[in-house]
Structures are given as structure tokens and as C-alpha cells.
Design a protein around this ligand. Structure first.
Ligand code: NDP
Length: 289
């Protein structure tokens, strides 16, 4: 039987989640600070609660999808969480996840933190690849796994409530680096008579071909052996970087997105690691030297 659930926060993401659960036949009670945004879901079968405390009282499984951790605290302030299963789909830091877990447990609730790897149009859509990282109470996850998996795939990453946010933010950080590279690449071709639409497929297939390098980095981190004779080593890469920088200069493109990463390579090379690949840069970020 579909599990009844309460959803606090019907912004863009909360609304998409609510629609997916409603479509799958789950009874959903919603609350939103601005009532009009929750009321819009009534027509689709949601019950609209008059207050956050009322919404929490309506059922055992309580899901928050609010702006940030502070809004979660503010929203749940007057609610009785005793015996509740609280699942926080609000983006936050690992530390916020751990603190919120302790906060919820002190109020008699089981707790799962989460990080959503999707944008709202992907929620509830077949084969969209959308999924959510969960961490915290394994018992809660096991009990509600099927319900949680309705809007998007559910991936449990550990009992430490900070791990969902850590996985989420690590992936987002990698994505930022990729977008920085895409931004620089388009800037390089922009001054020339090269159609962006012709260039984009080349960019996508190159990035796709290079992404599996992450597996090699993982193997090297495990073995502790960063030396390479297969891919270009740091000494060669640093020498090659001058070509990247001179090209940016020739094209009149600011190198500001490129230089921090090149500077890191130079520091690792200067420390005597010219025979390695770039895995040692990870250690450099951890130790600062
Ligand atoms: P929206 O800006 O659309 O909605 C924000 C929600 O938070 C609204 O319900 C808003 O209420 C509520 N809110 C803000 N401040 C408070 C407060 N002080 N007290 C109570 N409620 C408050 O954001 P999204 O729905 O897109 O995002 C919700 C969460 O989902 C965020 O943590 C976001 O990082 C995460 N997420 C979103 C993604 C996306 O692509 N949209 C992707 C992955 C994660 P009100 O309507 O009254 O303003």
C-alpha cells in the first residue's frame, strides 16, 4: 500500500517531488510558507496543511525540501517530531547534515539527509537518470526505500548523515570545474569564424572520452603510486601549459579560469614530482603544500 507522507516546501523541487508521489498514488500532505504555492497542489490530490506543525502531525514520514538548513530549522521549530521519520532533501553541507541529524534525534525522530542529483523536470520522469544520495539512519532508509525511490533513484551512501551532502557537493564541484573548462573553450573559439554548434559536439565527445580518467586516479590513490609512463607526466604537462596560456593570450581570452589549476601543477612539479600524473594534486589540496 502506498505510504502517506508529509512534504514541507513546495518550491520548484518540492512541487516536482509532490507531483511524482501523487502520481504514484501516495497520499501527500503539503505545507509551504507561502500558502499559494502549496494550494496549487490541492487540485492534484494533495492535502494542504494550515501549519508546518499540523503537516508533521499528519503522518510519520516527513520530508523537507526547503531553501537551506536554516529554513529547515525555522520550519520545524514548533513541530513535534517524536516518532517521526525525517528525510531532509534540502541541499546543505556535510556538517549541517550531521548537526541536523543530532537535532532530529534529540527530538525523537529518525533522520536521513539527502542530496538531489537532478533538476525538477527530471523528477518522476522515466529514464531521466535522476537520483538522490541518502545518508543517516539505515533502518529508516530500508523501511521507506520504495517510497523514496518514486521521484528519483535512491542511493544510500552510509550511516554518517554528512555523507549524502558530501557526495552531492563533490559531484557538483567536479561539474563546476567541467563548466569552467567549457566556458574557457567557447571563449577561445568565439573570436573566430567557428560555429559554436559545430564545436559543441566535439567538446562533448572529448569530455566524455576523458571522464573515465577518474577511475585511474582512484586506482592511483589506492595504490599510492602516482608515477606514470602512460599518460603525459607533470613535467610534460607543465611545459604544455604554456601553449594553453599563449593561445588564450593570442585569442584575447582571460586565462583566469585556467590559471589556478596550472599553478597547482607547477607547485607539484617544483616539489619534485615531475614523473607523476596529476593525482598528486589531490594531496596538494589536502596538505596545502
Ligand atoms: P525554490 O526557491 O523554488 O523553493 C524554496 C523553498 O524554500 C520554498 O518552498 C520557500 O518557501 C522555502 N523557504 C525559503 N526560506 C524559507 C524559510 N525561511 N522558512 C520556510 N520556508 C522557506 O527552491 P527549490 O525548490 O528549487 O529548492 C529546494 C531545495 O532543493 C534546495 O535546497 C535546493 O538546493 C534543492 N535542489 C534544487 C534543485 C533545482 O534544480 N531546483 C536541484 C537539486 C537540489 P516560499 O515559497 O514561501 O518562498
Amino acid at each position: 500500500r502506498p505510504t502517506p507522507l508529509t512534504l514541507l516546501g513546495t518550491g520548484a523541487m518540492g512541487t516536482a517531488l509532490a507531483r511524482a508521489w501523487l502520481a504514484a498514488g501516495h497520499p501527500v500532505t503539503v505545507w509551504n510558507r507561502t500558502p499559494a504555492r502549496a494550494a496549487a497542489l490541492a487540485g492534484q490530490g494533495a492535502t494542504v496543511a494550515a501549519s508546518a506543525a499540523d503537516a508533521v502531525a499528519a503522518g510519520r514520514l516527513v520530508i523537507t525540501c526547503l531553501l537551506d538548513d536554516a529554513s529547515v530549522g525555522a520550519t520545524l521549530d514548533g513541530a513535534d517530531l517524536t516518532g517521526r521519520d525525517l528525510v531532509n532533501l534540502t541541499t546543505g553541507t556535510p556538517e549541517e547534515g550531521r548537526d541536523r541529524a543530532a537535532w532530529a534525534e534529540a527530538r525523537g525522530a529518525r533522520f536521513l539527509d539527502a542530496g538531489i542529483m537532478a533538476v525538477p523536470p527530471m523528477i518522476g520522469a522515466a529514464n531521466s537518470g535522476a537520483y538522490v544520495f541518502y545518508s543517516g539512519s539505515a533502518a529508516l532508509f530500508e523501511e521507506h526505500r520504495d517510497t523514496l525511490a518514486v521521484p528519483a533513484g535512491a542511493t544510500y551512501v552510509g550511516a554518517d548523515p554528512g555523507f549524502a551532502a558530501l557526495h552531492d557537493v563533490a559531484l557538483l564541484s567536479a561539474m563546476n570545474g567541467m563548466f569552467a573548462g567549457i566556458t574557457h573553450a567557447f571563449a577561445l573559439i568565439r573570436r573566430q569564424d567557428i560555429a559554436p554548434k559545430d564545436f559543441a559536439p566535439l567538446l562533448v565527445s572529448w569530455l566524455t572520452a576523458m571522464a573515465p580518467m577518474a577511475h585511474q586516479a582512484a586506482e592511483r590513490l589506492d595504490s599510492g603510486d602516482y608515477s606514470t609512463d602512460v599518460v603525459s607526466n607533470l613535467a610534460m604537462q607543465v611545459a604544455g601549459n604554456t601553449t594553453l596560456l599563449r593561445t588564450a593570450e593570442e585569442q584575447g581570452v582571460s586565462p583566469e579560469l585556467l590559471t589556478p589549476y596550472l599553478a597547482l601543477m607547477e607547485r607539484r612539479l617544483a616539489a619534485g614530482h615531475g614523473d607523476e600524473d596529476t593525482t598528486g594534486l589531490i594531496d596538494l589540496l589536502l596538505t596545502g603544500r
